[in-house]
Ligand binder design. Sequence first.
Ligand code: ZN
Length: 108
Amino acid sequence: MTLDVFRCTACGTTLFPARYRCPACGGAQWATLAATRGKVVAATTVTHRVGVAGAGEVYLASVETDAGPMVIARLDSAAREGDTVLLDIDDEHRIVARTRSASNPQVR
Ligand SMILES: [Zn+2]
């Protein structure tokens, strides 16, 4: 599933997640815009989660989408600042980012 962000049709402000009214102009008409890729601006690895024993590491990154808004995405492996990633929504409705690899040669 594609990650969609929301662009105010009155002033062009682009947001994620959706809001009822545009914080810039007060408009309430939105167009959806696919955010298919982005750049990692910060990354972290979660090694322990309270109440979840042995769950393994979780890789998270703040990603500036090509559409504008910043999102927090989950990755399969550790990311570095500046990495370009492909963005998607998984079956559990989480934002996932995929870094360049043999299986994702389209990521530059
Ligand atoms: Zn607006």
